[in-house]
Design a binder for this molecule. Structure first.
Ligand code: WTA
Length: 639
């Protein structure tokens, strides 16, 4: 029996669950009506598996729903309270944000950007990042935000795949007091890309930069731009954004989200999970470059006219107390962060948060990776002072919004540390075995989603086949999440990590295939394999194995540095392995599949289990030899 905590906010709206159970399509139609539509949709859902059309024919605009609808009653309410790494803050009211967005949208139009064009945004965490996104959605351009910690090679790949006409960046961004020269990274990324017409450069650091004829300063672009720009009336299915995410193949997948369904999902979950009230100050620590930032920094809070904090820098910079300082300073009432950040704060000790006034907090959330029960309890006791519900929200880039979570906004249920509790109303999630049959309680299986839901991805950008294969082929006509989970005897869901070859390092998704293909593109490497092993802080860290080409005589230390540099350069610092082992062979099945399970066990000093149960019996001896060799070389290295 796991421990439970009876804490809620006193809300109990059992009608919502009841309605969702009788007819999920009509239920979501009712939720969608809470948004502002220019005209109603023809049909709520057209389900042509695996393609769902939510609210087709309805006319809507995301930027209009985030800004225009608040001008009557909330024009002077702060929308964004931006806290710079340096401590300076800037407040944008709903009116300020509305004007900035319209000006910038007119600026984009003056460069010829029209409905359907793609715009890549490579900006640090500054207000101009949401402004750019909302300006794109205002005129029907599809934004594709690339996390500003990604390398120029990763950025290039994404600009090329999306065929972006415009790239928006800044001279640089601050990270731990240092400047990252983003404009230089963009210049490198777009070499020989004629389809990129202009680079818009925001002056954040004012460090000298080189401008060419296709570069335009943000300030020049908006200088004479009119401050009124009518929102385009767009179809419910209009592509709002592409967000690239790692999958099990070498190439990142361009997850494509639509407008009406996505906004409906966010509007509902933001209210149900976070119980948002007009007086709240919401703070989600995610970078907007990831989906959490798209959904719960940009669209979710703004749809509700909420006041939120956007913080520019690292969570422990310049002091370990930075987050608590922000919460105290701005009287944050709802705080949403990751287990990795919480584990770090926990390590710094209780005296730090205990010396701040955190009394405005009333609800705490976690996202991105499984939260360990002891971390949950620390969050509940030390940060929430045993008066705030802690919600563990499970979802994915592909689901668009929260799918499993306790929902203090509508219901009070006992919380179990480490469990996401139950699926949200209107979605149908189950846990199945390899054959797709539901597993009994407390049995680990694959998490699948049986019905379409409004926030679901439309497809993968330009690749319907890959979309079918990645999500809808393991089990017939149901969505395969790639996650393991179990349901306990009380119907609570427990998320148990990835079932596929995707790693979660500090909450960031990294595909093993992407990393391996980067490694073998080093001239001395013949083969490689990577896996994740548990880590106290980051949840998981990357361990890499490399087989060198014949006659490579370099020292391992030199090679290790070269490979690490290459990964930092080609993918980004987040994908750097903690350890690289050089081996002469990798354990494989006879069919050639690398056995990561074995590598993981070996690297983690775990028992490798019974290899004789392997399907491919003939490969056992060879694997055992390889394993012994690996163990020997790891031991040598560690000594
Ligand atoms: C993992 C992040 C356990 C999971 C919103 C999922 C979680 C992947 C949780 C998606 C959670 C997310 N508990 N695991 N509360 N939330 N995950 O696309 O493996 O960056 O498949 O979206 O994160 O990662 P993504």
């Amino acid at each position: 029996m796991s421990e439970t905590f009876n804490i809620g906010l006193g809300n109990n709206d059992s009608e919502i669950r009841k309605q969702s159970e009788s007819d999920f399509i009509a239920f979501w139609a009712d939720q969608a009506k809470k948004l502002a539509w220019f005209s109603p949709w023809d049909k709520t859902l057209e389900w042509n598996p695996p393609f769902a059309k939510w609210f087709e024919g309805g006319l809507i605009n995301a930027s209009y729903n985030a800004l225009d609808i608040h001008q009557k009653n909330k024009a002077n309410k702060p929308a964004i309270i931006w806290e710079a790494e340096s401590g300076e803050s800037r407040i944008l009211t709903y009116k300020d944000l509305w004007i900035e967005v319209q000006k910038f949208a007119n600026g984009l139009k003056s460069l010829g950007v029209t409905k359907g064009d793609r715009v890549t945004i490579y900006l640090p965490m500054v207000p101009e990042l949401p402004i750019s996104m909302l300006a794109c959605s205002r005129i029907g351009a599809t934004h594709t935000v690339v996390f500003s910690g990604f390398s120029s090679a990763s950025l290039r790949e994404r600009i090329e795949d999306s065929k972006s006409k415009i790239v928006i960046t800044s001279d640089g961004g601050y990270r731990r007091g240092k400047i990252v020269k983003l404009k230089e990274i963009v210049d490198e990324a777009i070499q020989n890309f004629d389809f990129v017409k202009n680079i818009i450069v925001l002056e954040r650091t004012k460090e000298p930069i080189q401008l060419t004829s296709r570069d335009i300063l943000w300030s020049d672009l908006i200088k004479n731009a009119p401050s009124e720009c009518e929102a385009e009336k767009l179809d419910g299915l209009h592509p709002l954004y592409i967000l690239y995410t790692s999958g099990t193949t070498g190439k990142p997948k361009g997850v494509l989200h639509g407008t009406g369904g996505y906004l409906t999902h966010l509007y509902s979950t933001f209210e149900w999970a976070f119980d948002i009230k007009d007086s709240d100050v919401f703070f989600c620590t995610a970078d907007i470059g990831w989906v959490t930032g798209h959904s719960y920094v940009v669209y979710g809070p703004l749809l509700h006219g909420a006041t939120e904090i956007i913080y520019e820098g690292a969570p422990d910079y310049p002091e370990a107390s930075r987050m608590w300082d922000i919460i105290q300073k701005h009287k944050v009432s709802i705080f949403y962060t990751t287990p990795t950040a919480l584990r770090m704060f926990m390590k710094f000790g209780n005296d730090i948060p205990n010396s701040f006034d955190l009394s405005a907090l009333r609800l705490l959330g976690s996202v991105g990776e499984p939260i360990n029960p002891e971390v949950w309890k620390w969050y509940y006791e030390i940060i929430g002072k045993e008066k705030c519900p802690v919600i563990d929200t499970w979802w994915q880039t592909e689901t668009g919004g929260i799918m499993i979570s306790a929902l203090p906004g509508i219901e009070t249920i006992p919380l179990k540390p480490g469990s996401g509790t139950r699926p949200i109303p209107g979605v149908n999630i189950s846990i199945v075995d390899e054959e797709g049959k539901e597993v009994p309680p407390n049995t680990k299986g694959y998490l699948i989603i049986k019905n379409p839901w409004p926030g679901m991805l439309l497809t993968l950008w330009g690749d319907d086949e890959k979309y079918k294969k990645a999500y809808w082929s393991k089990f017939q006509n149901v969505y395969y999440s790639g996650d393991y989970a179990k349901i306990d005897e009380d119907g609570y869901f427990w998320l148990l990590g990835r079932a596929d070859d995707v790693l979660k390092v500090a909450g960031h998704r990294i595909g093993t295939a992407e990393l391996e293909s980067c490694m073998v593109s080093h001239k001395d490497i013949a083969e490689s394999a990577v896996c994740g092993i548990p880590d106290d802080l980051k949840g998981e860290v990357i361990i890499a194995f490399a087989v060198l080409k014949e006659n490579v005589k370099k020292e391992y230390a030199v090679l290790e540095k070269e490979i690490s540099d290459k990964i930092r350069n080609d993918i980004g610092p987040i994908a750097t392995p903690k350890q690289i082992y050089f081996v002469s062979k990798l354990p494989k099945t006879r069919s050639g599949k690398i056995m990561r399970r074995l590598l993981k066990a070996i690297a983690n000093n775990d028992s490798i289990g019974d290899v004789s149960t392997l399907e491919d019996v003939a490969a056992v001896a060879e694997i055992q030899n390889t394993v012994q060799e690996l163990q020997k070389s790891i031991k040598e290295k560690n000594n």
